[in-house]
Design a protein around this ligand. Structure first.
Ligand code: PEP
Length: 253
């Protein structure tokens, strides 16, 4: 399966910084075309800017545009929310759903996350559904139970469409901390998620399961070599063009 390397810019960037980052990526991609799918998930106010830049530079045409969140409602009196149809209209192919920072700081429950996935799928935007355990949950031996519970809510609400999602396993203790799950630790959880998807759909083999959590230019190749790691969701390292390009190159295999 073609791997997917998705950058999560989080709440970073500016009009000038985005242009500089994309032009550095364009230079690298012009020399070395990726053999994997690539996406950048940018703050909502910059979607139109990034869409325009990506559309105007041939070397960037491989970049799929992504958002970082979506409403679990279709439209109406939900001040501040952004709907999946709006994202689609702005050219988004992907949207991150249920990132741990949203579960943690914005109280997103499994049910809310499942509703957001429904909205994204209905608008033909691919949700990148994040699951992952906290450090205390890992230490209590609850990793498997937590990620299975989080994914089960999404499977339950989305039935036969489930093969259209991308899953990202992101141990919370590894996000932005510089601590990475070892390739073996990550693979073990990915295998659990694959088995859960297999029980829900006969298309489980084509669901991409990304690893996220301090993936960087040095550790990407060993993580991406694992049989059930189909790509990466990259935070910090996606803001540095040379690092992001190195990770993209590591996903060739
Ligand atoms: C993320 O935000 O999804 C992430 C994985 O961040 P980082 O790579 O910085 O740990």
């Amino acid at each position: 399966m073609k791997k997917l390397i998705a950058g999560n810019w989080k709440m970073n960037g500016s009009l000038a910084a985005n242009e500089a980052l994309l032009s550095a990526l364009a230079q690298g991609l012009a020399v070395d075309q990726p053999l994997c799918d690539v996406a950048v998930c940018v703050p909502a106010p910059y979607l139109a800017q990034v869409h325009a830049l990506v559309s105007s530079q041939p070397a960037l045409s491989v970049l799929g545009l992504g958002a970082q969140d979506v409403s679990n409602q279709a439209s109406g009196a939900y001040t501040g929310e952004v709907s999946a149809a709006m994202l689609r209209e702005l050219g988004c192919r992907y949207v991150i759903v249920g990132h741990s920072e949203r579960r943690q700081y914005h109280g997103e429950t499994d049910a809310v996350v499942a509703g957001k996935v429904q909205q994204a799928l209905a608008a033909a935007v691919t949700p990148i559904v994040c699951v992952g355990e906290t450090l205390s949950e890992r230490e209590a031996g609850q990793t498997e139970a937590v990620v299975k519970r989080q994914l089960a809510a999404v499977i339950h609400a989305n039935g036969h469409c489930i093969s259209e999602i991308v899953v990202a396993y992101e141990p919370v203790w590894a996000i932005g901390t510089g601590k990475t799950a070892s390739p073996e630790e990550a693979q073990a959880v990915h295998a659990v998620l694959r088995a859960q998807l297999k029980a829900a759909t006969d298309q489980a083999a084509r669901v991409k399961i990304l690893y996220g959590g301090s993936m960087n230019a040095s550790n990407a190749a060993s993580l991406l070599a694992q049989p059930d790691i189909d790509g990466g969701l990259i935070g910090g390292a996606s803001l540095k063009a040379p690092d992001f390009l190195t990770i993209i190159a590591a996903a060739r295999a």
